[in-house]
Write a new protein. Sequence first.
Length: 368
Amino acid sequence: MRAYLLMMAIAAVVTFAATWATLKIAHRFKLYPQIRARDVHTRPTPRLGGVAMFIGFITALTLAGAFGWFHSLFADPMRVSAIAGAAFLITLLGFLDDLYDLDWTLKLAGQFVVAGLMAWQGIQIVSLPIAGITIGSYGLSLVASVFITVLVMNAVNFIDGLDGLVAGVVTIGTAVFFAYSYLLAQQTSPTNYFNLASLLGAIVIGMCLGFLPFNWRPAKIFMGDTGALLLGLLMATSALTVTGQIDPAIVSHNQTVPAFLLLILPLAILVLPLLDFTLAVLRRLRAGQSPFAADRKHIHHRLQDFGHSHLGSVFVFYLWTALISISVLLFFFVEPVWAWTFLLVGLIPTMVWTIWPVISRRFERKSA
């Protein structure tokens, strides 16, 4: 665990320093776009924070290769190189989009190319720890992996509309998945706890923690598509690498891990981003628009229209992400009855906070 915490700290410190430098450069050369109709901020703000996050990622990943703890993970440099290369390409794509507002078809095509190249290099679904199920063919595995990666990238990108929203949600969700991958490795590989999924998770958490002080309301800098696509790529990659490092036969034989957790947990972590993405695509297609046409009807926008403040809307996302993902993870630790108890008890404050504007207005009417 200390090794992962060290990599998390390195990623956080480097990202913090790189974000500070990026912010200075962006203001020096006026590298920020004009305010759009759907934006909630009122002053021009740089959107290149994702570049700093990539610097934090690549620095931490490189240093991890120099530490003996992670020697087994770098024994096959092709996989790590594929992840680093994909991260660079998606950062470049997001950077160009943040500067020049690329056409959505070009941006989506670029995402498929990056995800395809990464899957082609072996970062793809190999097996699932459910009674030894293995993907039927290389082609099916590749297609499914590409689809999942692109879906997660866009789901994360779609909720990037409020200060601190994506960085906080990704921190919470990745922390839960990190705990799962780390404990799963303990159960299935008791002599070697180090695995690529946990390393990526620790680095992503560090990146978000290093960036969040600059992105908290009022944000001094945004991560832009550069950061959102990068975080989505790394989250998807972390989940995909678990399937290749866990022997499904061992998991099924020992029955120490709820087998379906690997399938359910990523959905639980990204439940709100995936819901927002699905609603947005359906809404735009029904209106005869591009599924990637920008609007101000995302869930975080509707929460503000509902009566939540900026921070209040952000905390709604935080609470639901934490409640659902932790509840699912608890099935790993405790008896199901306690996991259900946590979920049901946690629903009370989460629901109260979600509908608080309605409760507050009723109190105000009664007092008047």
